[in-house]
Design a protein around this ligand. Structure first.
Ligand code: PLP
Length: 303
């Protein structure tokens, strides 16, 4: 396995979002375009996989096994990583096999990922006890749901080091919390805001344990009703943002985070004179799946 990837993670652009509301509130908001960090395994899923892949290579693993939902950005990323680095991949999917595969599953299959559908109950049991998976696939390297584990956090050190402008807040979307844990581990003196995309009361504690620090704040108010829930206000916001800044946002994570940043600015949440950097964590494949299901009200985006 050839892992020449370090150069992909340099030179990520940071774009300022010059909206009148931010000028009025005397704050600066920028967005770190980390979806550009790798052409096929983009954003935080690539960050979280980098050191796991190195570990798998160094320990002669030839197979990756992981788990996720039918629209999971992580499943998509692992399938692409398998194709890119010549590894066999197995995806354990939550729930019954659908009659029609959505964009994510079709792509994973095209990348030769082997898909195993398990009942929600079995899925929960496996997530709580990954040795059930290791017993079944003893020769495979196991990546947890969302790719979040201790090795995953290491991928965020280079992100933090590459930021070459001063800032007071870093913002990220939160699913499993691996990304928030990673950035708060490597810049512990700052304020880190995690915009929650899922409702999970155990997140604060699990992120604290992962990152070994407390320099983060979870913001639950902008999940639009829960994981993968959307409405017209959110989709209009994403489409307007794309027209204004030519930056695509996904409907599950980055769209909700950016919406939340505008709302918090209006509510004077940020200290006057402060600078906020939002990390664009990727997930753009989610737009294609969303548009398949909502052809009458799509998210505007061209690859
Ligand atoms: C998976 C994902 C997240 C959530 O990351 P966690 O590390 O699980 O909190 C955020 N943004 C995007 C685009 C994702 O695909």
């Amino acid at each position: 396995m050839n892992l020449e990837f370090d150069d992909h993670t340099t030179q990520i652009p940071i774009r300022q979002i010059a909206d009148p509301i931010f000028e009025e509130k005397h704050i600066e908001v920028s967005i770190y375009l980390d979806y550009l960090n790798h052409p096929r395994i983009s954003g935080n899923k690539w960050r979280k996989m980098m050191f796991n892949l190195k570990f798998a290579r160094d320990n002669q693993y030839k197979t990756l096994v992981t788990m996720g939902g039918a629209y999971s950005n992580h499943i998509y990323a692992v399938a692409n990583a398998g194709a890119e680095f010549g590894l066999r991949t197995i995806g354990i999917l939550r729930g019954e096999e659908p009659n029609h595969y959505g964009y994510t599953l079709r792509h994973a299959k095209a990348m030769n990922m082997e898909l195993e559908f398990v009942s929600r109950e079995n899925y929960r049991a496996m997530r709580a006890n990954p040795s059930l998976i290791s017993e079944k696939f003893p020769d495979a390297f196991f990546l947890p749901e969302g790719g979040t584990n201790d090795l995953a956090l290491l991928g965020f050190e280079s992100l933090i080091q590459s930021i070459n402008i001063p800032y007071d807040y870093l913002a990220v979307p939160v699913g499993t919390g691996g990304t928030l844990a990673g950035i708060s581990k490597y810049s512990p003196h700052l304020e880190h805001l995690g915009f929650m995309s899922v409702r999970d009361a155990s997140l604060h504690e699990s992120i604290r344990v992962l990152s070994s620090n407390d320099s983060f704040q979870l913001i639950p108010n902008f999940d639009f009703g829960g994981y993968a829930k959307t409405n017209k206000v959110l989709i209009d916001f994403i489409n307007d943002f794309y027209v204004q800044y030519q930056i695509p946002l996904d409907p599950i994570y980055t769209g909700k985070m950016m919406y939340g940043i505008f709302e918090l600015a209006k509510r004077d949440f940020f200290k006057e004179g402060s600078s906020i950097i939002a990390i664009h964590t990727g997930g753009l494949q989610g737009i294609l799946g969303y548009n398949e299901q909502n052809p009458h009200f799509p998210i505007h985006y061209s690859e």
